[in-house]
Design a protein around this ligand. Structure first.
Ligand SMILES: CCCCCCC/C=C/C(=O)SCCNC(=O)CCNC(=O)[C@H](O)C(C)(C)COP(=O)(O)OP(=O)(O)OC[C@H]1O[C@@H](n2cnc3c(N)ncnc32)[C@H](O)[C@@H]1OP(=O)(O)O
Length: 257
């Protein structure tokens, strides 16, 4: 794999770092292809329980590679189903994916962060959908996920003006789960990813699937789905172990079964 991505592990956590510093991690097609391969490889690895996706100190990602967009036409975007692989690829990962955002998360970079399950941000992070400034609109979920995360007023303001919001505003609005000093962000995200990895893998996957279904289902259907998944947890070895361990006042030993 080329150095557009840096891949590492820490305990049971897979770490993927976007590495195009000269272009502020702009998402070229080549970078996206490599990112999806890395995420899929960690998703299949039984030793990995969660994945942290990060960028550089200056930028998580400054969006789609604008140089590549200059040659895009309607016909080749439409016929090639441009962005489908990115959108479906990230959201099809079964294990939790945590975005650790330093610096700019703009356009496709903000959309990529929103495809992840949790966003942790450094105090210097900024989020925005500035596509209007270059004559286009968010195309990888920005108009749909941002409104669900921050509400219509803020989403419309960001998308129509192209203005960025700070990490502090993003946390207040509900886009970001936690803010860290920049030098503590990656370790903080890895610690939370390890904490999640220490739980039962099938239970974590069920919880993730239920929470994500809330974006697609009406409330009654979502509640029904949650209830069925809740019933299903009692078919796992880990639910027996977890409940017995509590009663016996000992730590649970998860077998992921
Ligand atoms: C394949 C698709 C993936 C999903 C896409 C879904 C649809 C999304 C569309 C978009 O994302 S459109 C792009 C939205 N993003 C932007 O408009 C941000 C563009 N960048 C900036 O406004 C600025 O760079 C900045 C982030 C405010 C930083 O400004 P600063 O003055 O600090 O640095 P620069 O000198 O501008 O940048 C350094 C270097 O990086 C290059 N660069 C920055 N962003 C991009 C980009 N999105 N694409 C390509 N290249 C980018 C910039 O050109 C500079 O390079 P050089 O000119 O020095 O070679």
């Amino acid at each position: 794999m080329s150095d557009l991505l840096l891949i590492a592990t820490s305990g049971n956590v897979g770490i993927v770092r976007l590495n195009r510093p000269n272009a502020l991690n702009a998402l070229s097609q080549q970078l996206i292809d490599q990112l999806l391969s890395a995420l899929r490889a960690f998703d299949k690895d039984p030793d990995i329980g969660a994945i942290v996706l990060t960028g550089s100190e200056r930028a998580f990602a400054a969006g789609a590679d604008i140089r590549e967009l200059t040659s895009l036409t309607f016909v080749n975007a439409y016929m090639g189903n441009f962005l489908q692989s990115l959108c479906d690829g990230v959201t099809s990962i079964r294990k939790p994916v945590i975005a650790a955002v330093h610096g700019f998360a703009l356009g496709g970079g903000c959309e990529l962060a929103m495809m992840c399950d949790i966003i942790y941000a450094a105090e210097n992070a900024s989020f925005g959908q500035p596509e209007v400034k270059i004559g286009t609109i968010p195309g990888a979920g920005g108009t749909q996920r941002l409104i669900r995360a921050v509400g219509k007023a803020k989403a419309m303001h960001m998308i129509l003006t192209g203005e960025m919001i700070s990490a502090q505003e993003a946390e207040k609005a509900g886009l970001v789960a936690k803010i860290f000093p920049p030098e503590e962000l990656l370790d903080g995200a890895i610690d939370y990813a390890q904490k999640i990895s220490n739980y039962s893998a099938p239970i974590v996957a069920m919880a993730k699937e239920c929470v994500n279904s809330a974006a697609d289902l009406p409330l009654t259907e979502g509640l029904r789905f949650e209830r069925r998944m809740y019933h299903a947890t009692f078919a796992t070895v880990d639910s027996k172990e977890g409940t017995r361990a509590f009663v016996e006042k000992r730590p649970a030993t998860w077998t992921h079964a």
